[in-house]
Design a protein around this ligand. Sequence first.
Ligand code: PMP
Length: 427
Amino acid sequence: MNFHSMSADQLRDTQADLQKRYEALCAAGLSLNLTRGKPAPDQLDLSEELLALPGVGNHTSPDGTDCRNYGGVAGLPALREIFGELLGTGADRIVAQNNASLQIMHDLTVFALLGGTPDSEHPWSKHDSPIKFLCPAPGYDRHFAITEQYGIEMITVPMNPDGPDVEACAELVADDPSIKGMWVVPTYSNPTGYSVSEEVARALVAMPTAAPDFRIYWDNAYAVHTLVEETPTPLPILDLAAEAGHPNRVYVFGSTSKITFAGGGVAFFGSSPENLDWYTGHASIATIGPDKLNQLRHLQFFGDADGVRAHMARHRALIAPKFELVLQILEDRLGASKIAHWTEPEGGYFISLDVIDGTAARTVSLAKQAGIALTGAGATFPYKNDPHDRNIRLAPTFPPIDELATAMDGVATCALLAATEKLLDLA
Ligand code: PMP
């Protein structure tokens, strides 16, 4: 029954039932974890063959590079060909690096702070007032951690089903030269699963900005991570930016962290030739070249872009049932009560659950006491501050399916119990 139309007595009865259910949950002594979007061991097993590649005597890439040696800061051309296609940049506007795209995002930010970008009048750290980034939220906590770490002020903008609220963004960047960048996850966004529409993408790359060195961090981490048959075609965002007269505005990121091994994949950075020269100029001071042997083994493992797509279909077979299960439990347990909304993503790694305003932190804390770890309430907002205390990020991939069912059922009990407390408070 809809909790919002219950009388105080009905709410109290419901709460008493839920309290019993919650006590039973606590007594079960669970230790379950729904916090991080990690691939499960059976997903990692899909790439086990990588561990035997490239193999003894097999160290030369198709372009003749001896991958055992130093050099090649841009990474192997044949692998750039594959991910240039999958990320929509083309091979000549992408570099292949080491295992973490987050590190590239971090380094680009630090390079800009210390030395400025090719379009900067001075280093970002020398700006006459603290610089700022736009942060579509709910969003990815580790993005926000990078900007927070370096004292970059974060401005929350709404994340809509078709992407960041572009009108709000355009208004903010038009007059404020201290707004230097924004975070965007364009495909199956973390945590909502929303994807940026072409219309919104065009508006983002075209909007006039007071800062000449404004950058969009276009983190396409889930470009090929679909839960449905078809892999979406990536927007040619670098071309769109160039057509709009802002060829240097966009940084594209991707990695194989959730394709092969989260701890041993290959990360990619795509941008304009000028930005890539600037980046590789800095990167080649830090390293005499990336791990090309890992790149070679990835190349041999995939073969081509279709090899990646076929591999992602195998992931889908493992994780789609987990997403279906979570959605089913949410519907069965929370649907009628109308105390929550959730996203039904077609890809990515998360489901975003919105509970009654003011009850997300309570839900997470009740779950914790019952032995179910959830991502901290607020984590999906800058400064961990969800102004409505309503958003919870659910990560269904890692736990085995039976544990996932127990954990989600428990989360639902906690959300319902927190809702009765809140509604009785208000009654
Ligand atoms: N970007 C997003 C949006 C992510 O969700 C994740 C992983 N949770 C990453 C980047 C991390 O990528 P990498 O392993 O390449 O650093």
